[in-house]
Design a binder for this molecule. Structure first.
Ligand SMILES: Cc1cc2nc3c(=O)[nH]c(=O)nc-3n(C[C@H](O)[C@H](O)[C@H](O)COP(=O)(O)O)c2cc1C
Length: 223
């Protein structure tokens, strides 16, 4: 296959969506709370053996209004927000701090499901960030101590030496979150969420939740 042109277009056109497995979502069974529905879908993805079901795309915007996106993991979710970890020194951390809005996309292809979240962003308080830091492995914490994420990798050997013995590094620097002061959790408000269920017959379902002062309203959208 060549790297472009008709061959590649033909190849792409031949790639099919996987047939959605398992029971399809019936919007009549949707709860009033979209976070409850998200957790239900996440558990169903886990039960069906979805690879990395907690992995999502995090989209942000920089100060010039340019969009950016990357894959991250979901650290936590509650009725107020979806929580993601990012260092303030990384591009995404700077973007979240300066333009506090974000979008998340979860994709569970085996079930033909997508969840989209859009909302304002706020940094977590110290207690929540500290609890998340404690859950990290020694290697992950050590990485944060030498954190310059997304900076140029000038000295790979130095980095691998620094990470070679995370215990020693953590003892030297202190293992608490104060030792990695730029790392924190960020909450993406669940003010607007959309659930997409692909159907075998092409009658896909899209259900949108939008929140105002009186709570969530739902709306079915054309697929
Ligand atoms: C499966 C997967 C999971 C990832 N999870 C995270 C994560 O939880 N946090 C993180 O900072 N980067 C994570 N990354 C790396 C990011 O995609 C990205 O490369 C990095 O955070 C730098 O992004 P930035 O330059 O936009 O700040 C993950 C990458 C992959 C492929």
């Amino acid at each position: 296959m060549s790297s472009g042109g008709a061959d590649l277009r033909h190849f792409l056109a031949g790639l099919a969506w996987p047939e959605p497995q398992g029971p399809l979502f019936d919007p009549d069974t949707a709860p009033a709370d979209p976070v409850e529905l998200f957790v239900r879908w996440l558990r169903e993805a886990v039960d069906r053996g979805a690879p990395a079901p907690h992995v999502m795309t995090l989209a942000t915007v920089d100060a010039a209004g340019r969009p950016d996106a990357r894959v991250t993991v979901l650290e936590d979710v509650d009725d107020a927000a979806f929580w993601v970890a990012a260092s303030e020194s990384s591009p995404k951390g700077k973007q979240l701090g300066r333009v506090p809005v974000a979008a998340l996309v979860f994709h569970w292809p085996l079930q033909g499901r997508q969840v989209r979240v859009r909302g304002t962003v706020r940094p977590a308080g110290e207690a929540r960030t500290a609890a998340a830091f404690e859950r990290l492995s020694a290697h992950e914490r050590a990485e944060l101590l030498v954190d310059r994420q997304s900076g140029p990798l000038h000295d790979e050997e130095w980095l691998s030496n620094a990470l070679g013995d995370p215990t020693e590094l953590l003892e030297l620097e202190g293992a608490g979150p104060a030792a990695a002061p730029t790392w924190r959790l960020w909450g993406v408000d669940a003010g607007r969420m959309e659930f997409f269920q692909a159907a075998r017959d092409g009658h896909h379902v899209r259900l949108r939740y939008s929140r105002d002062e009186s709570g969530y309203a739902t709306e079915l959208l054309r697929p």
